[in-house]
Design a protein around this ligand. Structure first.
Ligand SMILES: NC(=O)c1ccc[n+]([C@@H]2O[C@H](COP(=O)([O-])OP(=O)(O)OC[C@H]3O[C@@H](n4cnc5c(N)ncnc54)[C@H](OP(=O)(O)O)[C@@H]3O)[C@@H](O)[C@H]2O)c1
Length: 281
């Protein structure tokens, strides 16, 4: 049994479908069932509640963590989900003897300017330190499809998407389908145990370029860095999830988020790398 925690999300549902196509028995775990692929077993569990985790992982040979605490609609935080939720998941997987595939972020480190990357770094370290546990870490760049959809939503009827900051900072983006392929392979290929696989795309693009690709508009509307700084401070006590997104937007507008995928492709020649931003949005 391969259990995909977060198997209803953008990435997790592609991973679950691929694993089922390969003939694996798949269980999907999340808080809400949502749209499930036909034939998948579903178990509800919340990684913030330890008592729900062990029953959800029972009988799993491999557990994939594709959970995400950044979604402001989710009512939770990266500290609660990407750090503490993963720590609970890792502890429960150790008890069942399951191999863990952890979804992380390229550039995850404890001093990253991006909060979720700091939380993933703590989870990665806990996984490496877990005695007697087999693991694989898959680190991905920004999902192009997520930003395509977000930019289209902000464009609305005006057709002009909203870009946070100047939008001139190059960022590596990858197709979520390529990440799903790597995660599914990590789950079933024993030679990938104990490995960290970086999955990035062939291009570093600016938010302005992404906005043009997503909407066809070369004239996005901008929220200035100053507005983001002031907004983040003002929103912290009342809307912490919005404040978090503003801080992340600032970091994405300024930090080095470029990536060269050539080293990963030399090590893992099977990695896919479609030029999604070079294709029609
Ligand atoms: N999006 C990106 O650009 C990007 C880049 C690099 C890495 N990643 C990583 O890739 C993974 C997948 O990202 P995604 O964009 O596909 O995420 P997503 O669409 O937001 O899906 C998140 C999944 O996690 C589940 N989940 C959230 N909180 C949970 C909790 N407390 N307990 C149990 N399940 C929970 C959600 O279902 P419920 O809400 O029903 O619980 C959903 O199935 C994440 O680990 C993310 O950090 C994403």
């Amino acid at each position: 049994m391969i259990t995909v925690v977060g198997g209803t999300g953008r990435l997790g549902r592609l991973v679950a479908a691929q694993l089922m196509d390969l003939g694996n028995e798949v269980r999907i775990v999340a808080r809400h069932a949502g749209d499930l692929p036909a034939g998948a077993e579903f178990v509800a569990a919340d990684m913030r509640d330890a008592s729900t985790i062990a029953p959800a992982l029972r009988g799993s040979a491999t557990v994939i963590s594709a959970i995400n605490g950044l979604d402001p609609a989710g009512g939770q935080s990266p500290a609660e989900v990407d750090r503490d939720g993963n720590l609970r998941l890792i502890a429960a997987a150790r008890d069942t003897g399951a191999h863990v595939v952890l979804m992380s972020i390229i550039g995850a480190r404890t001093d990253s300017p991006i909060e979720i990357a700091r939380m993933k770094a703590v989870a990665e370290q806990a996984l490496r330190d877990a005695h007697g546990l087999e693991w694989t870490i898959v680190r991905a760049a920004l999902f192009a499809e997520l930003w395509r959809d977000l930019l289209r939503q902000t464009a609305g009827r005006s057709g002009r998407p909203i870009v946070f900051g100047r939008g001139e900072n190059p960022i590596n983006v990858v197709s979520v389908a390529d990440v799903a392929q790597a995660v599914a392979r990590a789950a079933v290929d024993p030679s990938l145990r104990g490995r960290v696989i970086d999955v990035g795309g062939p291009r570093n693009v600016t938010m302005n370029e992404l906005a043009a690709w997503a909407t066809g508009s070369a004239k996005p509307r901008h929220v200035s860095r100053g507005m983001l700084r002031v907004g983040a401070v003002a929103a912290t006590p009342v809307r912490p999830a919005i404040a978090r997104l503003m801080r992340q937007a600032l970091a994405m507008d300024t930090a080095d988020l470029t990536f060269d995928p050539s080293f990963a492709h030399t090590e893992y020649p099977w990695l896919a790398s479609r030029d999604i931003v070079g294709s029609p949005g």
